[in-house]
Design a protein around this ligand. Structure first.
Ligand code: PMP
Length: 459
């Protein structure tokens, strides 16, 4: 959807000043702002307009938050309704009609078998806080402390906070291999690689000499996002469910990024049919405002009152925006739409790969898409078949995209996976425009004089 009236462009000195002051005042740890020197002033749907008057197609979507794109009318309407009603904006975790409606709508979208017997905990308004809550929950319920997680996983930034608060001194994480098709840790890929990965998990749990006592829980992403868009095979997810269930280990599905239709199902666990014990939800559930919850099997609800407190767990505007978003995605079958459009985009990108040897792999599920960039002239690493990643090329592609008015994110182990997370409301025409701009950017970057090899020499 295009922004209807262009905002008057601010004089270059104004927005350049904003960017300059940001670089001077903000932390060295700032992230997106480094690669995207944009000063957004208006946005609608897929489009962001900068203070310089330029328009961008936004395929970052607030790191996968904006299921309906920017400022969708149903979201704005829901927010205005709360504001106009005189309802309190800050209520801690008290019951309100707005919260009640959110919980009802959320439970209506969840897999029935799960929702029928589930509890919800409202968390501090970030995915990472909900992840912390999930860990606390399963530790309290099992009396165990260790956790199982997977290579390439991303679950947030706050483990340090928990440790510093004395809540996690003895937490140990055993990292297990995530089955990757393209860079399979076992060098075989496909179903066979996934079977070996599952077998390894089973061995670690059953071998009394593995050094891993029975853990409090296992956490996984059905499609790894920040890790480089790695969809877990459904068969492997079912194995993880069986393995954990057989050993009474709660399975935590982190659907912070995959939820609300993004992967072609309302919740990504539905592809494999597994029912997890805990689901961690954030990003899209707040309809672009901050909101995070965990939903879990009620038998796990043995933690103490106040076990996961927090001042900002009652964001009424986010709950209203979230209710509107969940209902809109459900009523308009946007998950299905993400599935079909995503498959079409993957096919176009694979066709593009045929002309660009620097595209090592194209993968994804629904509208969670990754294009891994490699150096096709360098020898494959460690005897594998995949060419080495090309971080400099990835940066060049991202910059060329920006020059063409396309915002993309980089992810993966070496930041060499171009990630597309467009809104689920993306039209066919917009999808074509995105792919065309990416193809142009790719061609330009391949010939860019700034492209360097990993060793730093200019090609
Ligand atoms: N889990 C997953 C799967 C995520 O993708 C993210 C954020 N990218 C998080 C957790 C953390 O969420 P937040 O940044 O809101 O803390």
């Amino acid at each position: 959807m295009a922004v209807t009236e262009p905002a008057p462009a601010a004089p270059p000195a104004a927005y350049e000043g904003i960017l300059r002051r940001q670089a001077m005042r903000e932390s060295a740890a700032r992230t997106y702002a480094r690669s995207l020197p944009i000063v957004p002033v208006r946005a609608r749907g897929l489009t962001i307009e900068g203070a310089d008057g330029r328009r961008y197609l936004d395929c970052l979507s607030g790191a996968g938050t904006l299921a309906l794109g920017h400022n969708h009318p149903v979201v704005l309407e829901a927010i205005k309704k709360v504001l106009d009603s005189g309802a309190p904006l800050h209520v801690l975790d008290l019951a309100t009609p707005v919260k009640d409606a959110f919980t009802t709508e959320l439970f209506a979208t969840l897999p029935r078998e799960f929702a029928e017997n589930a509890r919800i905990q409202f968390c501090g308004p970030a995915g990472t806080d909900a992840v912390e809550a999930a860990f606390k929950l399963v530790r309290a319920a099992t009396g165990r402390s260790g956790l199982l997680a997977f290579t390439g996983a991303y679950h947030g930034m706050t483990a340090g906070a928990l440790a510093a608060s004395g809540g996690a001194e003895d937490v140990r994480v055993t990292r297990l291999p995530f089955p990757q098709e393209y860079r399979c840790p076992f060098g075989v890929g496909g179903e066979r690689g996934a079977r070996i990965a599952a077998r390894w998990t089973e061995t670690v749990l059953d071998d009394p000499k593995s050094g891993t006592p029975t853990p409090a829980g296992m956490i996984l992403e059905p499609v790894q996002g920040e890790g480089g868009v790695n969809p877990a095979p459904d068969s492997w997810l079912r194995r993880m469910r069986d393995i954990t269930a057989a050993r009474s280990i709660p399975l935590i599905a982190d659907e912070v990024q995959t939820g609300v239709g993004r992967t072609g199902a309302f919740w990504a666990v539905e592809h494999s049919g597994i029912v997890p014990d805990v689901m961690v939800l954030s990003k899209a559930i707040g309809g672009s405002l901050p909101l995070a919850v965990i939903v879990y099997r009620s038998e796990l609800d043995t933690w103490q009152p106040g076990a996961h407190a927090g001042t900002f767990r009652g964001n009424q505007l986010a709950m209203a925006a979230g209710t509107a978003t969940l209902a809109y995605v459900r009523e308009n079958r946007l998950a299905e739409r993400a599935g079909t459009l995503g498959a079409r985009m993957l096919a176009s990108l694979r066709a593009l790969a045929a002309d660009h040897p620097c595209i090592g792999d194209v993968r994804g599920r629904g509208l969670m898409i990754g294009v891994e960039l490699v150096d096709p002239e360098a020898a494959p690493v460690d005897g594998g078949s995949a060419a080495p990643p090309d971080p400099a090329l990835a940066v060049a592609v991202q910059q060329e995209c920006l020059r063409r008015g396309l915002i993309v994110e980089l992810g993966g182990r070496h930041s060499t996976v171009v990630r597309l997370l467009p809104p689920l409301t993306l039209t066919d025409e917009q999808a074509t425009a995105v792919i065309d701009r990416l193809a142009d950017a790719m061609a330009a970057a391949e010939h860019s004089p700034h492209r360097r090899t990993a060793t730093g020499s200019i090609r």
